[in-house]
Design a protein around this ligand. Structure first.
Ligand code: ADP
Ligand code: ZN
Length: 436
């Protein structure tokens, strides 16, 4: 397959060269941060590290971590490394796991971020001939602005739809012949479902690829979306603190996301001890921004759990790949002492032929954790007898018990009764927190 790159020289740079470039940028960045961010200088001083101790990537582990708690403590300006008059943009996290944090960008920061998104679009086959429909939310959330900027850089005809109003999305997608769709995977699934209800077949649209991210999704869900939209579905990852979408992106090999290593250094650490783990081991992803000017996070702990791989990729890119994060360490539910990720439940559901419309309810009754999973019936099962439905519920509960190690109670509910998501889907209601 012909490979296209947006910035070939950077994207295919030999590993030793990337490492040397990272070292050079890191040394400068540490100095910049030490001199301009008193909050981080204090952390370095407390750890007894001086900028001159950092001579390259091998010394990275000496630097202190930053966490979301630091961002909240330093809110709003405490981690700013440039005068506000040099900043041109503020974005904010979507607040999935608590109080929002804000991030600042200079014009160079915006350009770098948009270039990362452009790399992602070109990697899935996007060109200036394409119509790129962006239905991530616009505004403070980074999804819309990031992909919008990337699409402009590639020269695509950009449709800045933002999220919501699904029928209008579909009307424009058809009338204006969109080729590339950018949104959350849960919204892509909803668009696919709506297209079908409107009587369209997957081959009726002009889409060739989708760039879906901002939330965890399973391989099973990928295949489902590919079928319903008749496209290839690619993953994209990012977080506001580090810039936004495009920190890493999938290529046509669909086998993990390449991290833009000329701008970000990735490490995997043991979330308990903070120790750096060797390549290939599963742990918490940590990023250091070596190009950002206004908001340069150093060793920022993402809480996303994943694995890195330097195995050669068939696309020719040399950037390290990260496996799909299957949820953050704080998405993990501990139910009756057992670790449960919502993605495990999603895998079972889709393998068994159900959709990705589900809701997990956790509660505590008489000091015992309960796990209930609400799953939408497929329309063809709606007329089943009560006995048939109970059998299906038992069957699903058994499969989940095998996967999770604990048994949930499964409730099949009417088609379309679980609320659809236009942005990041909410899949878990943990009522135990109310009793604490
Ligand atoms: P918030 O932390 O409020 O959700 P962001 O909107 O910046 O703020 O979201 C970043 C987070 O979204 C990441 O840390 C990660 O947990 C999740 N995320 C982003 N892209 C993906 C992806 N492709 N797969 C799984 N999770 C993702
Ligand atoms: Zn690749």
């Amino acid at each position: 397959m012909a490979q296209n790159y947006y910035q070939k020289e950077a994207e295919t740079m030999p590993y030793e060269q990337i490492r040397a470039l990272q070292s050079e940028k890191l040394v400068k960045q540490v100095k910049h941060v030490y001199e301009n961010v008193p909050y981080y200088r204090d952390l370095m001083d407390k750890k007894g590290v001086k900028p001159e101790d950092i001579k390259g990537v091998d010394d990275l582990h000496k630097l202190p971590f930053l966490t979301k708690a630091d961002l909240r403590e330093a809110y709003p300006y405490g981690l700013l490394a440039k005068p506000l008059s040099d900043c041109v943009r503020i974005q904010s996290t979507s607040g999935t796991t608590g109080k929002r944090v804000v991030a600042f960008y200079t014009q160079n920061d915006i350009d770098m971020w948009e270039e990362c998104c452009a790399r992602a679009i070109v990697a899935v086959g996007g060109t200036k001939e394409d119509v790129c429909q962006v239905c991530y939310g616009y505004g403070l959330f980074t999804g819309g602005p990031g992909l919008n900027g990337g699409s402009h850089k590639v020269g695509c005809l950009t449709l800045p739809m933002s999220s919501g109003n699904t029928e209008r999305q579909i009307q424009f997608m058809m009338d204006l012949k969109s080729n590339i769709l950018c949104c959350t995977p849960s919204y892509a699934a909803y668009i696919g479902e709506t297209l079908k209800e409107m009587g369209y077949k997957p081959e009726d649209n002009h889409l060739k690829a989708g760039i879906f991210g901002a939330e965890p999704w399973t391989e099973e869900m990928r295949r489902d979306i590919e079928k319903s939209l008749g496209i290839k579905a690619y993953d994209i990852y990012g977080l506001t603190e580090i810039s936004g979408p495009g920190v890493s992106f999938e290529c046509q090999a669909q086998n993990g996301m390449h991290i833009n290593e000329d701008h970000f250094i990735a490490e995997i650490i043991d979330p308990e001890t903070g120790e750096v783990l060797p390549e290939g081991e599963k742990g918490e992803l940590v990023f250091t921004c070596i190009d950002k000017e206004a908001f340069p996070m150093m060793r920022y702990r993402t809480r996303d759990i994943c694995v890195l791989s330097r195995e050669q990729c068939s696309c020719g890119r040399t950037f390290v790949r990260m496996r799909k994060p299957m949820g953050r360490s704080d998405d993990m539910l501990i139910i009756r002492g057992v670790n449960v990720f919502p993605s495990q439940i999603e895998t079972v559901l889709i393998q068994k032929g159900y959709s990705s419309n589900y809701l997990i309810e956790v509660d505590r009754v008489n000091n015992n954790d309960t796990l209930d999973v609400l799953v939408e019936m497929n329309p063809e099962h709606f007329s089943d007898t009560v006995k048939d439905i109970e059998k299906r519920e038992r069957d699903l509960a058994d499969a989940m018990r095998t996967m999770l190690g604990i048994g949930p109670k499964v409730h099949l509910v009417a088609p379309k009764s679980i609320q659809r998501s236009e942005g990041k889907a909410v899949r878990v209601i943990d009522k135990r927190k109310l009793h604490d």
